[in-house]
Design a binder for this molecule. Structure first.
Ligand code: GCV
Length: 671
């Protein structure tokens, strides 16, 4: 039995807290008393361990693991059902027993987690009959952990993998993490930051590989493959070569040798994640080569072992001149990659951030989705709340991700959703899926803000089944974390409205970027306005917003399919929440709400703060009804959120009042 999970706090156990009463019929209790297993492997062991742990909590005794029995039991094994996809499973009642059958071993594990989930969310398992397969093949988590133990954009403590330039010795927590990740069907993990510095470069060297292999082994037992972010200049920095030119024979050989060594130590190594020629990271441009040259060289080395290259498309010029309004960072990914469509090897996947800028609270989808019909694409989300309140503010991100996945690009007519592009089905691609930047650290709660656990949980659930609604996922998470109780709707509604609230008191109408430079926390309307990063709002006394139309603006809209281009360009059809992303508008322009833009800015900022106060009131109504540690920890953060949102309100409103001289119709306090 796993002592770690049983002895730790509710905060630590997250949604795998089995220590509570569930309503099961006597008949069902009789079934789960006995477990029969067909097959043997690390993953099956994990599945059995999990089931035993849950059952012990439910019936108060350890279930029996038997070779055969005529009595009721739960059976775990491989399915013969051809309609199950890879990693899929079925759970069905057959006569006196329940069978949990996986398409493969991971499927068995996911089936067990699903079975437990059903029990703890009050489903009558007596007549259970479900079939479930993932919508996405790759369901990955990217850690931006540095070997120093710091996490780039991490808001939940230090790394659980690294400390003081070493890999941690105590792997208990990593084991627990693998379990948490597997419970939401994660099957790939990159343990180090995409910005690979001096020491992290060595993770692929013999000096570190044994230790990396130990971590890989922990993840393997939960059906998760380990990947590493690599430094494109490794042949120079690690191998002592004079160049990292991807077409150089010695460079190619060097990578082939390295990869061979990696697979000797980690036989099921997943592959490489690469940030190249982006934000000062090295890449093929130095040698006059392109991204396909770079990616294919690595792909060739990984190919014999079944490994893949995940090449990031977050490539843009971060040395722009703010005076030059013709340049538009939003266009960069498409301009860099679209011409290379069809030039990448089969085991290369392009990883594209959900929007063209950088994980703002509101952005349109990246036009690269669907633009590359002959290239594998996967989507990159950010669970860590870099621009969305840094796990001090409540911001449930599943509605945002859901919106992105459901967006119809029309690249092949109706039905060309982002979801169908990245899962590979629209263009029948070999690989596809999703990755997300983790919000995990060594904090007791893993995520700092206890309610930010819902984002980690929600990411996995949504990527497994993109047809789930964000409310369904929230409900599931709440019931697993707090139990089924009358007031659970309070927490569900808090989660559901939190993204809109955050948007209201921060950035209006899709403009984004009004944050303090570098740390990206708190308001600074002009923080990035006169900088080189390409993130401008162009506010003057009369208007604000970026004209990205083809006729009068930067031409960015031309990167979308025709119907989408017209939708964004036309003021009647452009979704108003993105109005200022696509258009430079007069403050007096009247929105569909019949409010002018300036009045909308004032109103949303005042209302946003009021809604944060209301969030706190809702939370207070739960006092005594939920775990006290969680209650207190969330109150602490809601107090911070109130103060911060007031700051946002006053800074943003004062800024625009001073720019425009236009009074608030309701004469509220503006400074
Ligand atoms: C890991 C943004 C973040 C960086 C991050 C980068 C990326 O610029 O602020 O911290 O670097 O995105 O995604 O590569």
């Amino acid at each position: 039995m796993d002592k770690v999970a049983l002895n730790k706090s509710v905060l630590y156990k997250c949604w795998l807290n089995y220590d509570r009463k569930v309503n099961l019929s006597e008949e069902s209790k009789e079934i789960i008393k006995r477990i029969l297993v067909e097959g043997e492997s690390q993953i099956i062991d994990s599945a059995v361990k999990e089931l035993k742990m849950a059952v012990q909590n439910i019936i108060g005794e350890e279930p029996k693991l038997l070779k055969r029995t005529r009595l009721p039991h739960v059976f775990l094994g491989i399915s013969t059902n051809d309609s199950l996809g890879i990693d899929g499973f079925e759970i069905k009642r057959i006569k006196k027993s329940i069978k949990i059958l996986g398409n493969n071993e991971s499927g068995i594990l996911y089936g067990v987690f699903s079975f437990i989930r059903k029990i703890y969310t009050g489903v009558d398992i007596g007549n259970i009959n479900i079939e479930d397969s993932p919508k996405n093949m790759l369901r990955m988590i990217n850690h931006w952990d540095n070997i120093s133990g710091d996490i780039e954009r991490g808001y939940a403590g230090k790394s659980i993998f690294f400390k003081d330039n070493h890999i941690v010795d105590n792997t208990e927590r990593i084991n627990e993490y693998a379990r948490l990740a597997a419970s939401i069907s994660i099957n790939g993990i990159v343990i180090n930051n995409v910005n690979v510095h001096e020491y992290e470069t060595k993770l692929i060297s013999d000096e570190y590989l044994t230790k990396v292999g130990e971590i890989a082994n922990i993840f393997t037992s939960y059906g998760i493959k380990l990947y590493l972010s690599i430094n494109f200049a490794s042949p120079i920095e690690l191998g002592g070569l004079k160049t990292a030119d991807p077409l150089d024979v010695d460079v190619k050989l060097w990578w082939k040798e390295r990869v061979k060594n990696i697979y000797k130590v980690i036989p099921n190594f997943g592959g490489f994640l690469v940030k190249a020629d982006s934000e000062f990271r090295p890449g093929p441009f130095t040698y006059g080569r392109n991204h396909a040259d770079g990616a294919n060289m690595l792909a060739e080395a990984l190919e014999p072992f079944g490994g893949i290259v995940i090449w990031r498309c977050f490539v843009y010029n971060c040395l722009l001149d703010w005076r030059d309004r013709s340049k538009d960072r939003a266009k960069a990914a498409y301009e860099n990659f679209k011409p290379l469509d069809g030039k990448f090897k089969d085991n290369v996947i392009l990883q594209v951030k959900n929007g063209p800028m950088d994980f703002q609270i509101r952005e349109p989808i990246s036009p690269l989705f669907g633009a590359m019909k002959n290239t594998n694409e996967m989507i990159e989300f950010q669970i860590t709340q870099e621009y969305t309140g840094q796990q001090k503010h409540l911001c449930y991100l599943v509605p945002l991700w859901k919106e992105v996945l459901d967006f119809d690009t029309f690249v092949e007519g109706r039905g060309s959703t982002v979801s169908n592009i990245v899962n590979g089905s629209l263009f029948e691609r070999k690989y596809g899926g999703a990755a997300a930047v983790a919000n995990i650290g060594d904090d007791e709660s893993w995520t700092g803000h206890p309610l930010a656990q819902a984002n980690f949980y929600g990411y996995g659930r949504l990527v497994w089944d993109t047809s789930l609604s964000s409310e369904e996922i929230a409900k599931e998470w709440v019931e697993l974390t707090f139990g089924i109780f009358k007031e659970e709707t309070t927490i569900i509604s808090m989660l559901a409205e939190s993204r809109d609230i955050y948007e209201e008191y921060t950035c209006p109408l899709g403009i984004g970027w009004m944050v303090n430079p570098n740390n990206h926390y708190g308001p600074s309307v002009d923080g990035y306005e006169y900088s080189r990063w390409g993130t401008y709002h162009y506010a003057d006394y009369k208007s604000l917003g970026v004209d990205r139309t083809t006729e009068t603006g930067t031409g960015y809209t031309g990167q979308y399919s025709k119907p989408i281009k017209y939708m964004f360009e036309n003021l009647q059809t452009c979704p108003e929440e993105l109005l200022l992303f696509f258009h430079n508008m007069d403050y007096k322009y009247v929105l569909k709400s019949r409010k002018t833009i300036i009045q909308h800015i004032y109103d949303t900022h005042f209302e946003g703060v009021e809604k944060v106060f209301a969030l706190k009131e809702k939370w207070i109504s739960l006092k005594g009804k939920i775990n006290e540690d969680i209650f207190n920890s969330v109150i602490e953060r809601l107090n911070i959120q109130i103060k911060d949102s007031e700051e946002w309100r006053d800074v943003v409103n004062s800024y625009f009042y001073r720019k425009t001289g236009i009074d608030d119709e309701l004469h509220r306090k503006i400074y």
